[in-house]
Design a protein around this ligand. Structure first.
Ligand SMILES: C[S@@+](CC[C@H](N)C(=O)[O-])C[C@H]1O[C@@H](n2cnc3c(N)ncnc32)[C@H](O)[C@@H]1O
Length: 226
């Protein structure tokens, strides 16, 4: 049986099959490259994306020559990314299915980033596992950029048993019926506490209005506690 945070897999299938269009569109978020540059990434730096969805950020970074691999728990999302990668002439082998809550690598990365994934995790335990994965897979001087939906003050927690229920959502000019996905929005202070509980050090934590698909997001730049 699928876990509550896998509802996006069904949603992607619905939109891709019904519309042959991406749910999230193709615009990447310039924030990621800006942060990679800020922290001195080169084309030799190893970079991991967690929850890449339809791959707009990783495809852009690959097209710029960055050494990115990108993962998502949704096999539909990864199939979509591979097809897009072929069209955009970037390495389709960079994309792979991975559940960040249960998978592990022996490899560690110079950079890890994740856009709009942590806010899908409703349970405290799952959120902690997500942050622990980052701690466990960063090199000692590595940096991670964790971007979550939220304005820093509003809180929201959906009932995870309702994930997969059908709902009407606006899609361009149409209304389409898709599955519900889970959501947990936390305050900036709560976000900071969760990060610190996973033994990660916050270098910067702020609001960003430039994340594609979201009116406002929180961005945390973090590293491992030394
Ligand atoms: C709101 S979408 C964001 C996708 C993409 N990062 C973007 O900005 O468009 C959340 C993504 O997180 C993925 N996801 C949820 N739980 C996950 C997990 N445990 N491991 C890996 N990916 C996960 C979903 O499949 C979905 O693609």
């Amino acid at each position: 049986m699928k876990k509550y945070y896998e509802a996006y897999d069904d949603r992607y299938r619905q939109v891709h099959n019904e519309k042959n269009l991406a749910w999230a569109g193709e615009a990447h978020s310039p924030t990621i490259e800006k942060l990679l540059i800020k922290y001195g990434a080169t084309i030799n730096s190893s970079i991991l994306e967690i929850g890449c969805g339809e791959g707009q950020n990783a495809i852009y970074l690959l097209s710029q020559g960055y050494n990115v691999i990108a993962s998502d728990v949704s096999s539909e999302a990864i199939d979509w990314c591979k097809q897009k990668a072929e069209v955009k002439k970037v390495n389709e082998k960079a994309f792979f299915v991975m559940d960040v809550l249960s998978n592990k690598f022996s490899k560690k990365f110079d950079f890890i980033y994740s856009v709009a994934v942590l806010h899908m995790l409703v349970d405290d335990e799952d959120r902690h596992k997500f942050l622990q994965f980052i701690f466990n897979h960063l090199k000692p001087d590595g940096k991670a950029f964790i971007i979550v939906m939220g304005d820093g003050v509003t809180t929201r927690k959906t009932d995870k048993t309702k994930a997969f229920d059908l709902t009407d959502r606006q899609f361009g000019n149409d209304t389409i019926r898709v599955v519900t996905t889970s959501c947990r929005m936390v305050t900036k202070d709560e976000f900071a506490s969760e990060i610190e509980r996973a033994n990660l050090k916050i270098l910067n934590l702020y609001l960003d209005h430039k994340i594609s698909g979201f009116s406002v997001s929180m961005v945390a730049e973090v590293e491992r506690n030394k």
